[in-house]
Design a protein around this ligand. Structure first.
Ligand code: R5P
Length: 314
């Protein structure tokens, strides 16, 4: 494969720089901006003809703008005759809209997959999709990395007393079980129900023993923090001694950080797939995903196994 080039959208340049620093290459030059009429413009400022191009953009807030900007960038790379274009999407938004679970609703996660391909992506590299099956929405190769080993490694070093891993809902149980295996800890599962289409959840029940234990909750993302709050309160009510929490994607929308700050949760451990807002976040620890992304990019570029990367980590 021809020379490796890594470019960044405007959503999270800090992460892109950390990735290129891991790879030991400069970040590719491009200009991306919005005209006063709101139209987005992108221009690649160096030759990418036949190059192996990776473009990094998490679909964080403002979600729709960041997606559109990314599509426009992909189109620019396609029209600049890039040899292969990999869409590096550390956070894939709309993952929760992945099925028709009520009448007359869209499957936006699929729509987005189609848009990426049409815009010019030849491959996808992403981290902890809301549901692994979303990989199947792509007709191009999709590599999904996981931050579980990173999060697990952090908690391993903390050596917490009598830990129990808590899946915040049934959907995350498999990943929670994997984290429990990394930490050699038992598993508990929260029974959660979403109320209507608004950001409201209700925790119904804890399956498993949490009394007197240090609970570590795990989820793919924390959005408004509603699920986390009801989980933490239920765990405390069930006699958990302390509650820690972790997730891959700190969406942290609306009142989330304020909720975390006021809640009994001791620490919330996340990764930098999404940049954090300026709001105070004393209880939040951010682990960098940059070397994992960088290593995966190196492996894709050189034709090495990405799966072997997980085997080495676990
Ligand atoms: C949903 O199933 C996800 O795994 C998370 O639990 C959800 O996105 C969290 O949302 P919120 O923080 O708004 O409750």
């Amino acid at each position: 494969m021809n020379e490796l080039k890594v470019f960044s959208g405007t959503a999270h340049p800090e992460l892109s720089r950390a990735v290129t620093s891991y790879l030991g290459i400069p970040l590719g030059k491009c200009e991306v901006f919005d005209f006063s009429n709101g139209n987005t413009f992108a221009r690649i400022m160096e030759n990418v003809r036949s190059r192996d191009v990776f473009v990094i953009q998490p679909f964080c807030n403002p979600v729709n703008h960041n997606i559109m900007e990314f599509l426009i960038m992909l189109d620019a790379f396609k029209r600049s005759s890039a040899g292969r274009i990999t869409a590096v999407v550390p956070y894939y938004a709309y993952g929760r809209t992945d099925k028709k679970d009520q009448p007359r609703v869209p499957i936006t996660a699929r729509l987005l997959a189609d848009l990426l391909s049409v815009a010019g992506a030849n491959r996808l590299l992403t981290v902890d999709l809301h549901a692994a099956q979303i990989q199947g929405f792509f007709n191009i190769p999709a590599d999904e990395l996981t931050a579980l080993n990173l999060l697990g490694g952090y908690f391993k070093k903390k050596n917490l007393d009598n830990p129990v891993i808590v899946a915040t809902d049934i959907g995350i149980t498999k990943r929670a079980r994997d984290l429990a295996a990394i930490l050699n800890a038992p598993l508990a599962i929260m029974e959660k129900r979403r109320v209507g289409n608004a950001d409201r959840t209700e925790t119904l029940n804890v399956i498993g023993d949490v009394k007197g234990k240090t609970a570590i909750t795990v989820d793919d993302e924390i959005d408004t923090g509603g699920s986390l709050m009801s989980t933490v309160n239920t765990l405390v009510g069930c006699g958990a001694r302390e509650v820690y929490s972790c997730c891959t994607h700190p969406v942290f929308s609306g009142p989330c950080l304020e909720r975390i700050n006021k809640s009994p949760v001791k620490e919330v451990v996340v990764t930098n797939t999404i940049p954090l807002t300026d709001q105070p976040h004393e209880k939040v620890t951010v682990l960098s995903i940059a070397s994992l992304l960088g290593e995966a990019i190196h492996r894709i570029h050189t034709g090495k196994s990405v799966g072997a990367l997980f085997e080495q980590q676990s």
